[in-house]
Design a protein around this ligand. Structure first.
Ligand code: TPP
Ligand code: MG
Length: 892
């Protein structure tokens, strides 16, 4: 009979081998022991074909054994007291806010579980400034915000009044935002993290962008780290995991994820029937990360060390997270019986511990020694990104009020008894008779606690978080880069995409400022005719080019280089957007005025990564989103999934985003030149969205006139006046993007065939006009009796007569949004509905935005104003070849 695991002989044999290994470990160190194990495995495979089973996970124990722990450098007792104060004020601010205003919300339990993780980092790791001027950047978990405010209060950076007004931002004197919002607290928060999943992916691309800056000589390499504090539930977001291989491929050892594995999310367990720490370990190890598990606290050290046969660790690995959560709320007796009662030998291991002691056995994420050791190892690790998986209890310290309970995420109220218990557990010196108010507590500035925490922060370069504009204003690019485009192309047909790429190439060539341009493409450079840039400025690669590109012998070969400038992201709009955010916020994060241009298929922008665009806006990100192949009828052939007729509608909600749909080369040049000025010289917290298209068209010269430039930027100007100055019938035509050329054709038909004199207006931005008009209207309402402000659109059109016909390659609602302020009848033509695979002409006929439909719409409007008879319109339907019974594109 072959020996079995429990067979006495086998146990003895195993023990001998383990002892031998211990001996090698002791004499030769861990590297020697590792080599020996590898040799053993090789030997076993060669001699007997033994293949060790593949395992992506390691046993359910700490990655760093206690004897390899870095010693704790601070005063544990002092840090415990400080942490208790942070805990108390974080809890008090939520409890008080909800006492005053029922339902105002806030989270207690998240920070309660993460307090040790943050405090160890604040006292020993987060560097606001290193000796060489670099710093760590930290993505704080969004709904742990109360803890971060609480610490800032103890540091004396946030007043008690502000703390009182947590979640009451509109109170006199201001309040504190619910979650991190740089838009609302621009001197405090840097990263809006509360839309879960956006923090981790941004942290990855931020860490990569830092390496990009360093490899391109724009920033010194000084060892700053990017820390991302995340929830275990949050890791289910596709964005959280979607880009982790980029981090290992790029060897981002400046990146540290800390996942607070409290085993719970909002509704209940993250993996009741599984083990989230093991699951995440497998994923991240498989992806090539350095994984550090911090599961058990120091209380477990002796037990685990004495577990020579691995019985205990095996048992710890068997129990599901749902059951661990049950242990958190149960007694020590229950824990003993369930966890250890499965084997008399296990029971024996803990017989020296009372039930009470058993119940108090601390987890790794609540033990500063273990957390410090994990962070130390993470910081010192080279060649790979690191993830720390720390096991904690959600609602730690809340006891009956919610510790480990499923309701804990939303616990905002504590009764007096619960407050008393919390107060006593953490030793906060607040007398019983004041407890009902949950008052804030801050010891005097010269108390040992405050002095200690201040000294620690001073040592680490200052307070965190802290946002500031670290860059000085940029010098302007010379006008000459832009002026070429004012001239027109003399009938030569070019697309606005080509125009944009040419302008970009010019900016890149600027000997002084060109290096700050960051072109970003998600695998569409050839689509946009940008391949010449591959050779001109190179594609960024942290390792250069380790192969001979297939097109080496061509002029425009695929050149990768360590100092390459283009971020060719591959097929990831989310990742590309994160690069835009990293580059567009470098002016504040790193004091570097990088100007990102993210060029992508417009359809895969707002509707796919709208939440990241919203976060960019919150973050005061600068730069240009360039929606290529835009317009529902301008992208021929591609069909329903590709033809974008609504990104400009989706751009409407973003308050500080300026969106333009330019038709001509000079419009693009003027918008981009002004944009760079406003963002990088004047320092405005705005960013841009421009749509460019791939239809080759002759670019006209910029018309003369003082107000053309202003009109382009404000959204509207007269491009072409009708030559037929004596006509009785008049109309005004609005065009944007490539549909402008249909409008120009319509103008001619109207003049020649129907005797209608129509002026053509270029509407570069409906959004700008809409915003200005609303602004005026609001002001007028609030200032009755004063001289009313007139919206720019109304003012500009005040002398224009006749009906107004607007044609756009986007949904009708876009021009329709101006109806109130256009001084006359407004008829809108747009592209509501699903796209089709077709030619441009067929698509414009289908969506009723081509020249003939513009003519018909104009005639219809004139008839409604009784300026012509309906018979003229009827005949026009026939003459223009329009089928009145055709399907409605909006719903077909
Ligand atoms: C994208 C997104 N979906 C939903 C929410 C709402 N929400 C806030 S916290 C939370 C649970 C978080 O669980 P976990 O990530 O485990 O963090 P913990 O509080 O347990 O540390 C949810 C669902 C959100 N903030 N963002
Ligand atoms: Mg959680």
């Amino acid at each position: 009979m072959s020996p079995t695991e429990t067979d006495g002989l086998e146990v003895l044999e195993t023990r001998e081998w383990v002892d031998s290994l211990d001996y090698v470990l002791e004499k030769g160190g861990p590297n020697r022991a590792g080599r020996l194990l590898q040799q053993l495995a090789l030997h076993a495979r060669r001699e007997a074909g033994i293949n060790l089973p593949f395992s992506a996970t390691t046993p359910y124990q700490n990655t760093i054994p206690s004897r390899q722990q870095a010693p704790f450098p601070g005063s544990q007792e002092m840090e415990r007291r400080i942490k208790s104060l942070v805990r108390w004020n974080a809890l008090a601010m939520v409890v008080r806010a909800n006492k005053k205003q029922e339902g105002i919300g806030g989270h207690i339990s998240t920070f309660a579980s993460a307090a040790t993780l943050y405090e160890v980092a604040f006292n020993h790791f987060f560097r606001a400034q290193t000796e060489t001027g670099d710093r760590d950047v930290v993505y704080f978990q969004g709904h742990a915000a109360p803890g971060i405010y609480s610490r800032a209060y103890l540091e004396g950076r946030i007043s008690k009044e502000k703390l009182q007004n947590f979640r009451r931002e509109l109170k006199p004197g201001g309040g504190l935002t619910s979650y991190p919002h740089p838009w609302l607290m621009p001197e405090f928060w840097e990263f809006p993290t509360v839309s879960m999943g956006l923090g981790p992916i941004q942290a990855i691309y931020h860490a990569r962008f830092i390496k990009y800056l360093e490899n391109r000589g724009l920033k010194q390499s000084t060892g700053g780290k990017v820390w991302a504090f995340l929830g275990d539930g949050e890791m289910d977001e596709p964005e959280s995991l979607g880009s982790i291989t980029l981090a290992s491929r790029e060897r981002l050892d400046n990146l540290i994820f800390v996942v607070n594995c409290n085993l719970q999310r909002l509704d209940g367990p993250v993996r009741g029937n599984g083990k989230i720490i093991q699951e995440l370990e497998a994923i991240f190890r498989g992806a090539g990360w350095n994984v550090i598990k911090c599961i058990w606290g120091s209380d477990w050290d002796a037990l685990i060390q004495n577990d020579r046969d691995g019985l205990l660790v095996k048992r710890l690995g068997e129990v599901s997270d749902g059951q661990y959560q049950k242990y958190f709320v149960e007694s020590g007796a229950y824990f003993r019986q369930n966890q250890f009662g499965t084997d008399p030998r296990l029971l024996k291991m803990v017989e020296h511990l009372s039930d009470e002691q058993l119940a108090r056995m601390r987890l790794g994420g609540h033990d500063p020694i273990k957390v410090h050791a994990a962070f130390r190892a993470a910081v010192d690790h080279t060649g790979q990104p690191t993830i720390v998986l720390a096991k904690t209890i959600k609602g730690y310290g809340l006891g009956e009020a919610g510790e480990g309970k499923n309701i804990t995420h939303q616990q905002k109220k504590l009764n007096e008894e619960e407050l008393e218990m919390f107060r006593s557990r953490f030793g906060i010196p607040i007398p019983d008779d004041q407890l009902h108010d949950a008052p804030f507590y801050r010891p005097a500035d010269d108390s040992p606690e405050i002095k200690y925490m201040q000294a620690r922060r001073e040592q680490l370069g200052g307070y965190m978080p802290q946002r500031k504009v670290r860059a000085t204003p940029m010098k302007p690019f010379p006008d000459s880069h832009f002026e070429e485009f004012h001239k027109g192309t003399d009938g030569r047909e070019v697309s606005t995409t080509m125009v944009f790429v040419r302008l970009l190439a010019k900016l890149l060539r600027d000997p002084e400022l060109g290096k700050f341009i960051v072109p970003i493409v998600p695998d569409e450079a050839r689509t946009f005719g940008m391949e010449a840039l591959f050779r001109q400025v190179g594609i960024y690669s942290s390792v250069g080019q380790n192969y001979e590109p297939v097109d080496m012998d061509t002029l425009l070969y695929y050149k990768e280089a360590k100092n390459g400038q283009i971020l060719e992201e591959g097929i990831t709009e989310a990742g590309s957007m994160c690069s835009l955010i990293a580059a567009g916020t470098a002016y504040s994060n790193h004091g570097i005025n990088t100007i990102p241009f993210f060029i992508y298929y417009s359809m895969f922008g707002f509707q796919r990564i709208g939440d990241l665009i919203w976060a960019a806006a919150d973050m005061r990100c600068r730069g240009f989103l360039i929606g290529g192949t835009a317009g529902r009828t301008t992208l021929a052939g591609e069909g329903l999934q590709h033809q974008d007729g609504h990104s400009h509608v989706l751009a409407l909600p973003v308050p500080n985003l300026h969106a333009y749909d330019p038709a001509f080369a000079y419009e693009i040049a003027i918008i981009i030149q002004d944009g760079i000025k406003r963002m990088y010289i004047d320092g405005e917290s705005i960013f841009y969205y421009l749509t460019v298209t791939n239809e080759p068209l002759p670019m006209p010269e910029m018309p003369a006139g003082a107000n053309v430039r202003e009109g382009i930027l404000k959204g509207l100007y007269r491009f072409k006046t009708s030559a037929k100055s004596d006509a009785k019938l008049r109309a005004q035509l609005f065009g944007s993007g490539t549909i402008m050329f249909e409008v120009l054709k319509a103008q001619q038909i109207l003049e020649e065939k129907y005797g209608v004199a129509a002026d053509v207006w270029s509407v570069t931005s409906y959004k700008e006009l809409y915003r200005d008009a609303n602004d005026c209207e609001r002001w007028n309402l609030l200032h009755p009796g004063e001289a009313a402000k007139i919206p720019y659109v109304t003012q500009t059109l005040k002398d224009a007569s006749g009906p107004f016909i607007a044609a756009s390659d986007y949904m009708k609602v876009l021009p329709e949004s101006l109806a109130k302020w256009v001084p006359g009848q407004l008829v809108t033509l747009g592209t509501d509905g699903f796209g089709r695979s077709e030619s441009r002409a067929a698509l414009r006929d289908f969506f009723e935005v081509d020249a003939k439909h513009i003519v018909l719409a104009t005639l219809g409007a004139l008839a409604r104003e009784n300026k012509i008879g309906t018979d003229v319109v009827k005949k026009a339907v026939q003459d223009l070849g329009i089928n009145p019974e055709k399907a409605n594109p909006a719903v077909s």
